[in-house]
Structures are given as C-alpha cells and as structure tokens.
Design a binder for this molecule. Structure first.
Ligand SMILES: *Cc1c(COP(=O)(O)O)cnc(C)c1O
Length: 459
C-alpha cells in the first residue's frame, strides 16, 4: 500500500483552545458589533482570521532567538538577517521594519506623491491604503480570469498585461513604480507565473517604471511555479526565488507570512537612490536602520524562518493542508475561488448567500454566521474591505466578495480542517433561511473593515 501524505514536522509544544456555546457566541458577537476583529481571542475556537504572525515557529527559530544581539546600532543579528536577504533575493540594500505595512510606509513616503498612479495586481488593503492616503491612485490590473471564481487556471494571480500597458501609456512620467503581489492575496492567494513576472517587468521597464514585489507569500508562489509551470519541476524553491527576484527592482515584505515570525518585515532593493531615500523615513518611523522596529532576537528568527521556509517539504506540508480543506468543501459542493490558493480558501459569498443583496454585505454576513455556527473566526475579504471610493464615497461593489478561511502555518491539524468543513456545510445547508445581511452603523474613513461596527438586520 502506498503510504499517505503526512506533515514534514512533529509537534513539541501545544496551546489549549476552548469551545463555546452558541448562546455565548451570540453575546460575544453582539458585544463586538458583529465585527470579528473586535472579538477576544479566547472567544474563538478555531482562528482563521489571518495567517499573519500566527504561525508556529520552529525549534531552529526559537533557539536562534537566544542569540539576539540587542545593540542599538550595528547588531550582529542585523548582519545575519541582511546576509540572508541578500543571498535569497539578490538585493543589495536591506532595511528592516516592524511589519509589511511599515515597509510600505517607509518606501512609499519617499516614492509616492499626490496625483501619481500605481498599478498592481490587486493591491493588498494596506498597500492601497498607503497609496491612497498620499493622494495617489491604485489601479488594479489583475488578469480577467481572476474574476470568475469557478474557472480553474493555474496562475490566476497574473497581471493582465494589456491592462497594465494601458495604464503605463496613459500615465507616462506619473507612475513611480508598479506593485507585483505574489501570491495575489486579494484574489484568493493565487500565484503569478514566472512567465508573467518576467513579462510584467519587461513591460514596466520598457516604460521606465520600476517594479516593487509585494512579497508576503513569495515562497508559496515559488512552490506553485515549481509544481505548475513547465520547466521548473526540477528547480529548488531557492533557485526559483532567485529567478523571480532577478526581474524586479525592489521588494516590501511582511515577514509575518512566509518567514513564519510573529512580527517583522523589511524593504530590500537594488536601487541605491531608493535605499538612500527610504533610509531617512525609516529612522523617524521605525528606528535606526539596523533594527527598524525589531529586536535583535526578532531579526535572528526572521533570518532562520526565511531560510527554512524556502525548502520544498515545509511548503508542501502547508499547501497540502489548504488543498485538503478544499477537497472537503468540494465533497459538500461549497463554492470557493478555484483552484485552492496557497494560504487560504476564499469562499464565494455571493454564490453561497444568493438572498443577501450586495448592499447588505454577503461575505460579512457569512463571517458572522460561521462564528455563530462553530466559533470559527474567518475574515471578510470583500465589499467591506474594499472601502469607499475616495472621490465619490460610494461603496465599491465591483470586486469579489469573499469569506477567507486563512490557515496559520503549522498550527492546526487536519482534524481542525474537518471541523471547519463541517461548519461550512451546516451553514450551506441552511443558506436559503439566511435572508438578511448587515448594515454599517460606524466606519473609519480608511481600512474600515478592522474597526467597522455593524448591525445584523432582521435580528
Ligand atoms: C500582509 C500583507 C501586507 C501587509 O503586511 P503586514 O505585516 O500585515 O503589515 C502587504 N501585502 C500583502 C500581500 C500582505 O499579505
């Protein structure tokens, strides 16, 4: 008999989690204004809010933390971190920051000015926030295939090259850089092919526009290139990573994702002028350029995490678990963005709750229902997250409305995946009874989904 697939690690330390009753959850969700970001973690049974900073570090990372050099300037830990980044990505200049959005803040403070245009394959919310807050415009140039959730194509995160060229042509001299996000988080953790990375960069460079890789899940992207793109089957994840970054000019990284640390990020670039420019924003916002808001021990763990998570077995274990959950959902006929992405399943709320109009936020409604059903905390990646148009102040209903089931790295077992799938099935079975959604009672101007307050209609 062929041996089944199993994890490439074993468990050394456990953290108890606690179930609750539906009655308790009703009370807690109301107190949280029907926004799961406002729940206390202890009110959650299985936490799928995000895979950001929620992974389980390895024994290699924990032991590296003991070597942290906490010198204010020139710490040994910084040089270890810097050399790992240089080696993996081939970037000359490296600035640590406390997380991904801090890297955006520092770099964009130097590069983005009012009236500018920044194209990208579905900018992540903080990325878009940092562009729009500076009076610039973020234009989505993701390929059209990404919009059809039931279409099975291997690289649904790709850039639509025609769309990109149109933006570059119409905004000559006004595009500071293009953001290439791998994997493409917003459309479902969908990968970008090496071919598309190369062609996107060629096109941008033809117009004199540099490319910044938004790199949170670069290793998962490399895994998909290895397993789906012809010609890369026999290349290592590290070799693929090196090639992906050979085409771009810089990167901003949320190390809380593919470096499997609880906090951390960085900027790396080949451009000396960008480094010099960004440096002067790092000091007031993040701290001196050899620590950037991080402790020496954090830099140690980050360096080890980057190195370990660019090995095939680690990525295979992770992506296998996401695919396992997807296969269960397939058995139950529950629609999600196909094929399953790297870090999460994105449930297609519009299809699951057809009775809820857009104006009543189907994905947010479903997020509340899933929590009430089983204490599972998912995250709305849809019309709430899309914020209002900065000019017209209308809700943006043009995109997709997803409930993201985001899987932390090395944290839950496949038994937990079974519970999640069963909860989704129960909800799906009573989908026709769910006829009213939610209404906003309070919202922030920017990145409202974190703090929005909602009312459940018909309750
Ligand atoms: C998480 C993420 C960010 C922001 O990083 P933080 O560490 O959360 O600040 C930026 N871009 C992408 C694609 C992300 O997934």
């Amino acid at each position: 008999m062929e041996l089944p697939f199993a994890e490439s690690w074993k468990i050394k330390m456990v953290e108890p989690i606690r179930k609750s009753t539906r009655e308790e959850r009703e009370k807690w969700l109301a107190a949280a204004h029907n926004n799961v970001f406002m729940l206390k973690a202890e009110e959650v049974y299985i936490d799928l809010l995000t895979d950001s900073g929620t992974g389980a570090m390895s024994q290699g990372q924990w032991s590296a933390m003991m070597l942290g050099d906490e010198s204010y300037a020139g710490a040994t830990s910084f040089y270890k971190f810097e050399s790992t980044v240089k080696k993996l990505f081939g970037m000359r200049y490296v600035i640590p920051t406390h997380q991904g959005r801090a890297a955006e803040n520092v770099l964009f403070s130097y590069l983005v000015k009012p009236g500018m245009v920044v194209p990208g394959n579905a900018h992540f919310d903080t990325t878009k926030g940092h562009i729009e807050a500076r009076g610039a415009k973020a234009i989505d140039v993701t390929c059209d295939e990404a919009k059809d959730t039931q279409l099975e194509v291997p690289f649904k995160g790709n850039v639509g090259l025609k769309k990109l060229e149109k933006v570059l042509k119409e905004n000559k001299g006004n595009v500071p850089f293009m953001v290439l996000t791998i994997t493409n988080n917003t459309v479902g953790g969908q990968p970008v092919s090496m071919k598309n990375i190369r062609e996107t960069c060629e096109l941008c460079h033809k117009y004199g526009v540099p490319v910044n890789m938004d790199s949170a899940r670069f290793a998962e992207n490399a895994y998909f290139i290895k397993t789906r793109e012809k010609g890369y089957e026999n290349k290592s994840i590290k070799e693929i990573t090196k090639e992906m970054y050979s085409y771009v000019d810089s990167m901003t990284m949320s190390a809380k994702k593919d470096a499997i640390v609880n906090m951390g990020g960085f900027i790396a670039t080949k451009k000396k002028d960008w480094y010099e420019g960004a440096k002067s924003f790092c000091i007031p916002y993040e701290g001196f350029i050899t620590y950037g808001g991080l402790a020496g021990r954090d830099l140690e763990a980050l360096a080890v995490g980057l190195d370990e998570n660019t090995e095939f077995d680690m990525l295979q274990t992770r992506i296998h678990q996401v695919a396992y959950l997807a296969q269960k959902l397939d058995e139950y006929g529950i629609p999600y963005q196909r094929p399953a992405g790297g870090h999460a399943i994105f449930l297609d709320a519009d299809r699951i709750l057809p009775n809820i109009p857009k104006e009543e936020f189907p994905a947010q409604t479903m997020t509340c229902e899933l929590y009430l059903e089983a204490g599972i905390r998912a995250c709305e990646i849809g019309y709430l997250l899309a914020d209002r148009d900065p000019v017209t102040h209308e809700n943006r209903f043009g995109g997709l409305d997803f409930v993201r089931l985001c899987i932390p790295r090395r944290v839950y077992t496949d038994n937990h995946m079974d519970v999640i799938a069963a909860a989704c099935k129960n909800l799906y079975d009573r989908r026709n009874e769910i006829t009213r959604g939610v209404k906003i009672t309070w919202e922030a101007k920017l990145m409202r989904h974190f703090t929005v307050q909602l009312e459940r209609l018909g309750k």
